[in-house]
Write a new protein. Structure first.
Length: 317
Protein backbone atom coordinates (compact mmCIF):
# COMPACT_ATOMS: atom_id res chain seq x y z
CA UNK A 1 0.00 0.00 0.00
CA UNK A 2 1.42 3.38 -1.04
CA UNK A 3 1.77 6.43 1.18
CA UNK A 4 -1.26 8.06 -0.44
CA UNK A 5 -3.46 5.05 0.22
CA UNK A 6 -2.27 4.85 3.82
CA UNK A 7 -3.08 8.52 4.37
CA UNK A 8 -6.52 8.10 2.77
CA UNK A 9 -7.25 5.13 5.02
CA UNK A 10 -6.07 7.04 8.09
CA UNK A 11 -8.31 9.98 7.23
CA UNK A 12 -11.29 7.66 6.76
CA UNK A 13 -10.68 6.07 10.16
CA UNK A 14 -10.33 9.49 11.77
CA UNK A 15 -13.61 10.64 10.28
CA UNK A 16 -15.43 7.53 11.49
CA UNK A 17 -14.00 7.87 15.00
CA UNK A 18 -14.81 11.56 15.22
CA UNK A 19 -18.32 11.25 13.78
CA UNK A 20 -19.20 8.53 16.29
CA UNK A 21 -19.07 11.11 19.10
CA UNK A 22 -20.92 13.97 17.40
CA UNK A 23 -24.52 12.90 18.02
CA UNK A 24 -23.85 12.86 21.75
CA UNK A 25 -22.97 16.55 21.62
CA UNK A 26 -26.45 17.36 20.35
CA UNK A 27 -28.06 15.77 23.42
CA UNK A 28 -29.26 18.08 26.16
CA UNK A 29 -31.80 17.91 28.96
CA UNK A 30 -33.09 21.45 29.35
CA UNK A 31 -34.01 22.64 32.83
CA UNK A 32 -34.77 26.37 32.59
CA UNK A 33 -35.01 28.43 35.76
CA UNK A 34 -38.67 28.90 36.63
CA UNK A 35 -38.28 32.46 37.94
CA UNK A 36 -35.82 35.20 38.82
CA UNK A 37 -34.95 33.87 42.28
CA UNK A 38 -34.22 30.41 40.87
CA UNK A 39 -31.94 31.95 38.25
CA UNK A 40 -30.05 33.94 40.88
CA UNK A 41 -29.57 30.81 42.99
CA UNK A 42 -28.19 28.87 40.04
CA UNK A 43 -25.81 31.67 39.12
CA UNK A 44 -24.58 31.83 42.72
CA UNK A 45 -23.79 28.13 42.48
CA UNK A 46 -21.82 28.71 39.25
CA UNK A 47 -19.74 31.39 40.96
CA UNK A 48 -19.17 29.25 44.04
CA UNK A 49 -17.80 26.42 41.93
CA UNK A 50 -15.22 28.64 40.20
CA UNK A 51 -12.84 28.66 43.16
CA UNK A 52 -9.90 30.81 44.22
CA UNK A 53 -7.59 30.01 41.29
CA UNK A 54 -9.60 32.31 38.99
CA UNK A 55 -8.31 35.79 38.23
CA UNK A 56 -10.60 38.13 40.23
CA UNK A 57 -11.46 39.92 36.97
CA UNK A 58 -12.45 36.68 35.28
CA UNK A 59 -15.24 35.23 37.40
CA UNK A 60 -18.63 34.80 35.75
CA UNK A 61 -20.55 38.05 36.05
CA UNK A 62 -24.19 39.05 36.28
CA UNK A 63 -25.50 42.59 35.82
CA UNK A 64 -29.06 42.61 37.06
CA UNK A 65 -31.79 45.18 37.68
CA UNK A 66 -33.01 43.16 40.65
CA UNK A 67 -35.89 41.49 38.86
CA UNK A 68 -36.77 39.61 35.70
CA UNK A 69 -36.64 42.02 32.77
CA UNK A 70 -38.16 41.98 29.32
CA UNK A 71 -34.77 41.16 27.80
CA UNK A 72 -31.65 39.31 28.90
CA UNK A 73 -28.43 38.81 26.98
CA UNK A 74 -25.74 36.17 27.52
CA UNK A 75 -22.25 37.26 26.41
CA UNK A 76 -19.65 34.51 25.88
CA UNK A 77 -15.97 35.34 25.41
CA UNK A 78 -13.39 33.63 23.23
CA UNK A 79 -10.92 30.93 24.23
CA UNK A 80 -7.94 32.21 26.30
CA UNK A 81 -9.94 35.30 27.31
CA UNK A 82 -12.53 35.70 30.08
CA UNK A 83 -15.69 37.68 30.98
CA UNK A 84 -13.61 40.84 31.39
CA UNK A 85 -13.57 40.91 27.58
CA UNK A 86 -17.05 42.50 27.78
CA UNK A 87 -16.20 45.13 30.42
CA UNK A 88 -17.16 48.00 28.11
CA UNK A 89 -19.65 46.24 25.82
CA UNK A 90 -21.94 44.73 28.48
CA UNK A 91 -22.94 48.07 30.07
CA UNK A 92 -24.45 49.20 26.76
CA UNK A 93 -27.13 46.53 27.16
CA UNK A 94 -27.57 46.99 30.91
CA UNK A 95 -28.20 50.71 30.43
CA UNK A 96 -30.96 49.83 27.96
CA UNK A 97 -32.81 47.65 30.46
CA UNK A 98 -31.26 44.25 29.80
CA UNK A 99 -30.14 41.86 32.48
CA UNK A 100 -26.66 40.77 31.37
CA UNK A 101 -25.13 37.35 32.05
CA UNK A 102 -21.41 36.96 31.28
CA UNK A 103 -20.24 33.37 31.93
CA UNK A 104 -16.68 32.16 32.19
CA UNK A 105 -16.00 29.52 29.57
CA UNK A 106 -14.77 26.22 31.10
CA UNK A 107 -11.00 26.04 31.76
CA UNK A 108 -10.52 29.76 31.07
CA UNK A 109 -9.87 32.70 33.37
CA UNK A 110 -7.22 31.24 35.68
CA UNK A 111 -4.84 33.72 37.29
CA UNK A 112 -1.89 31.69 35.96
CA UNK A 113 -1.63 32.98 32.41
CA UNK A 114 0.90 30.28 31.47
CA UNK A 115 -1.47 27.49 32.50
CA UNK A 116 -1.96 24.35 30.39
CA UNK A 117 -5.53 23.99 31.65
CA UNK A 118 -6.98 24.32 28.16
CA UNK A 119 -5.61 20.90 27.22
CA UNK A 120 -8.33 19.42 29.44
CA UNK A 121 -11.17 21.31 27.74
CA UNK A 122 -13.83 19.08 26.18
CA UNK A 123 -16.61 19.69 23.70
CA UNK A 124 -19.00 18.24 26.28
CA UNK A 125 -18.01 20.99 28.72
CA UNK A 126 -18.77 23.62 26.09
CA UNK A 127 -22.17 22.07 25.42
CA UNK A 128 -23.01 21.88 29.12
CA UNK A 129 -21.96 25.50 29.63
CA UNK A 130 -24.33 26.53 26.82
CA UNK A 131 -27.16 24.58 28.42
CA UNK A 132 -26.57 25.95 31.90
CA UNK A 133 -26.37 29.56 30.77
CA UNK A 134 -29.53 29.40 28.67
CA UNK A 135 -31.32 27.73 31.59
CA UNK A 136 -30.24 30.55 33.92
CA UNK A 137 -31.09 33.24 31.37
CA UNK A 138 -34.64 31.93 31.08
CA UNK A 139 -35.27 33.15 34.63
CA UNK A 140 -33.63 36.52 34.06
CA UNK A 141 -35.57 37.77 31.05
CA UNK A 142 -38.55 37.03 28.85
CA UNK A 143 -36.61 37.51 25.60
CA UNK A 144 -33.26 35.66 25.56
CA UNK A 145 -30.33 36.69 23.36
CA UNK A 146 -27.20 34.52 23.36
CA UNK A 147 -24.02 36.07 21.90
CA UNK A 148 -20.62 34.47 21.48
CA UNK A 149 -17.32 35.37 19.84
CA UNK A 150 -14.82 32.91 18.32
CA UNK A 151 -15.00 29.72 20.45
CA UNK A 152 -17.87 31.52 22.15
CA UNK A 153 -19.28 31.98 18.65
CA UNK A 154 -19.25 28.20 18.25
CA UNK A 155 -21.21 28.02 21.50
CA UNK A 156 -23.72 30.55 20.13
CA UNK A 157 -24.03 28.41 16.99
CA UNK A 158 -24.77 25.35 19.14
CA UNK A 159 -27.46 27.32 20.96
CA UNK A 160 -28.88 28.46 17.61
CA UNK A 161 -29.08 24.88 16.46
CA UNK A 162 -30.53 23.31 19.60
CA UNK A 163 -32.37 25.76 21.88
CA UNK A 164 -35.89 26.73 20.81
CA UNK A 165 -36.27 28.93 23.90
CA UNK A 166 -33.65 31.41 22.65
CA UNK A 167 -35.07 34.36 20.73
CA UNK A 168 -31.83 35.46 19.06
CA UNK A 169 -28.47 33.72 18.72
CA UNK A 170 -25.65 36.10 17.77
CA UNK A 171 -22.78 34.16 16.21
CA UNK A 172 -19.65 36.29 15.82
CA UNK A 173 -16.62 34.90 13.93
CA UNK A 174 -17.29 31.35 15.14
CA UNK A 175 -14.31 29.06 15.53
CA UNK A 176 -15.58 25.77 14.15
CA UNK A 177 -12.55 24.60 12.17
CA UNK A 178 -8.92 25.25 11.38
CA UNK A 179 -8.24 28.33 9.28
CA UNK A 180 -8.33 27.43 5.56
CA UNK A 181 -8.98 23.77 6.37
CA UNK A 182 -12.44 23.33 4.94
CA UNK A 183 -12.56 19.70 3.85
CA UNK A 184 -14.73 17.63 6.18
CA UNK A 185 -12.43 14.60 6.19
CA UNK A 186 -9.29 16.65 6.77
CA UNK A 187 -10.92 18.39 9.71
CA UNK A 188 -11.67 15.00 11.26
CA UNK A 189 -8.05 13.98 10.72
CA UNK A 190 -6.84 17.18 12.37
CA UNK A 191 -9.12 16.55 15.35
CA UNK A 192 -7.72 13.04 15.71
CA UNK A 193 -4.14 14.33 15.58
CA UNK A 194 -4.78 16.85 18.37
CA UNK A 195 -6.19 14.01 20.46
CA UNK A 196 -3.42 11.45 19.99
CA UNK A 197 -0.33 13.65 19.68
CA UNK A 198 1.22 15.31 22.74
CA UNK A 199 -0.41 18.58 23.63
CA UNK A 200 1.29 21.69 22.28
CA UNK A 201 1.01 24.87 24.34
CA UNK A 202 1.71 27.79 22.04
CA UNK A 203 2.64 30.02 25.00
CA UNK A 204 5.98 28.22 25.20
CA UNK A 205 6.86 29.04 21.60
CA UNK A 206 4.91 32.13 20.55
CA UNK A 207 3.44 33.79 23.66
CA UNK A 208 0.88 36.49 22.95
CA UNK A 209 2.39 39.95 23.06
CA UNK A 210 0.51 42.93 24.44
CA UNK A 211 -3.24 42.86 24.77
CA UNK A 212 -5.30 42.01 27.86
CA UNK A 213 -3.36 41.26 31.03
CA UNK A 214 -6.01 38.75 32.13
CA UNK A 215 -6.05 36.45 29.10
CA UNK A 216 -3.85 33.38 28.66
CA UNK A 217 -0.56 33.71 26.82
CA UNK A 218 -1.25 30.86 24.39
CA UNK A 219 -3.51 28.10 23.12
CA UNK A 220 -3.59 24.36 23.66
CA UNK A 221 -3.62 22.08 20.63
CA UNK A 222 -5.96 19.65 22.38
CA UNK A 223 -8.30 22.43 23.40
CA UNK A 224 -8.46 23.65 19.81
CA UNK A 225 -9.21 20.11 18.68
CA UNK A 226 -12.15 19.93 21.08
CA UNK A 227 -13.53 23.24 19.84
CA UNK A 228 -13.31 21.84 16.30
CA UNK A 229 -15.11 18.67 17.38
CA UNK A 230 -17.80 20.81 18.97
CA UNK A 231 -18.14 22.83 15.77
CA UNK A 232 -18.29 19.69 13.66
CA UNK A 233 -21.19 18.41 15.76
CA UNK A 234 -23.11 21.60 14.97
CA UNK A 235 -22.52 21.17 11.24
CA UNK A 236 -23.67 17.55 11.42
CA UNK A 237 -26.88 18.54 13.21
CA UNK A 238 -27.47 21.33 10.68
CA UNK A 239 -27.37 18.79 7.85
CA UNK A 240 -30.32 16.96 9.37
CA UNK A 241 -32.56 19.60 10.91
CA UNK A 242 -33.12 23.34 10.86
CA UNK A 243 -32.01 25.55 13.75
CA UNK A 244 -34.20 25.72 16.83
CA UNK A 245 -33.63 29.36 17.87
CA UNK A 246 -36.24 31.88 16.76
CA UNK A 247 -33.66 33.98 14.90
CA UNK A 248 -29.93 34.03 14.16
CA UNK A 249 -27.51 36.87 13.49
CA UNK A 250 -24.15 35.86 11.99
CA UNK A 251 -21.40 38.51 12.10
CA UNK A 252 -18.15 38.02 10.20
CA UNK A 253 -15.06 40.08 9.48
CA UNK A 254 -13.57 39.99 5.99
CA UNK A 255 -10.13 40.83 7.42
CA UNK A 256 -10.23 37.95 9.90
CA UNK A 257 -7.64 35.24 9.28
CA UNK A 258 -8.11 33.43 12.60
CA UNK A 259 -11.23 31.45 11.68
CA UNK A 260 -12.30 29.33 8.73
CA UNK A 261 -14.63 31.54 6.70
CA UNK A 262 -15.46 28.71 4.29
CA UNK A 263 -16.75 26.47 7.04
CA UNK A 264 -18.72 29.31 8.60
CA UNK A 265 -20.30 30.12 5.25
CA UNK A 266 -21.11 26.44 4.74
CA UNK A 267 -22.92 26.34 8.09
CA UNK A 268 -25.06 29.34 7.15
CA UNK A 269 -25.87 27.73 3.80
CA UNK A 270 -26.92 24.52 5.56
CA UNK A 271 -29.21 26.49 7.85
CA UNK A 272 -30.81 28.20 4.88
CA UNK A 273 -31.10 24.96 2.94
CA UNK A 274 -33.23 23.51 5.72
CA UNK A 275 -35.83 26.17 5.04
CA UNK A 276 -34.77 28.42 7.93
CA UNK A 277 -35.36 32.01 6.93
CA UNK A 278 -34.94 33.91 10.21
CA UNK A 279 -31.24 34.50 9.68
CA UNK A 280 -29.38 37.76 9.12
CA UNK A 281 -25.77 38.18 8.05
CA UNK A 282 -23.44 41.13 8.47
CA UNK A 283 -19.80 41.36 7.43
CA UNK A 284 -17.32 44.07 8.38
CA UNK A 285 -15.44 45.11 5.25
CA UNK A 286 -11.81 44.08 4.86
CA UNK A 287 -10.74 47.70 4.42
CA UNK A 288 -11.68 48.33 8.07
CA UNK A 289 -8.74 46.06 9.00
CA UNK A 290 -10.42 44.76 12.12
CA UNK A 291 -8.70 42.17 14.29
CA UNK A 292 -10.31 38.80 15.11
CA UNK A 293 -11.34 39.85 18.62
CA UNK A 294 -13.54 42.82 17.81
CA UNK A 295 -14.83 43.11 21.39
CA UNK A 296 -12.06 43.39 24.00
CA UNK A 297 -11.03 47.06 24.43
CA UNK A 298 -7.62 45.95 25.75
CA UNK A 299 -6.59 44.32 22.48
CA UNK A 300 -3.90 46.00 20.43
CA UNK A 301 -5.31 47.71 17.29
CA UNK A 302 -8.85 47.52 18.66
CA UNK A 303 -11.59 49.65 17.04
CA UNK A 304 -14.50 49.52 19.46
CA UNK A 305 -15.68 53.02 18.49
CA UNK A 306 -16.47 51.58 15.06
CA UNK A 307 -17.63 48.12 16.09
CA UNK A 308 -19.78 48.63 19.17
CA UNK A 309 -22.49 50.89 17.67
CA UNK A 310 -22.92 48.58 14.68
CA UNK A 311 -23.14 45.43 16.81
CA UNK A 312 -25.51 47.04 19.32
CA UNK A 313 -27.86 48.14 16.53
CA UNK A 314 -27.78 44.71 14.84
CA UNK A 315 -28.48 42.91 18.12
CA UNK A 316 -31.23 45.13 19.50
CA UNK A 317 -33.30 46.00 16.45
Amino acid sequence: MGAGAILTAAIAVAKAQTDSTLDELAAHNDNPATDYDAAIARFAQVQAEEGDAINPLCHSKLMTHGNKTERVIVLVHGMTNCPQQFAEFAPLFFEHGYNVLIPRMPRNGLADRMTEELKYLTAEELRDCCKTMVDIARGLGDHVTFLGLSAGGAMAAWVAQHRADVDKAVVIAPSIGFTNLGADKLTSFAIMLTHYLPNIGSQYFFPFQGGPQYSYLGYSSRGIGEVMRFGKSISKSAKNEKPAAKSILVVTNAADTAVNSKMNLALVKMWRSRGYGAIEEYEFDADKKLIHDIIDPQQVQQQTALVYPILFDLITR
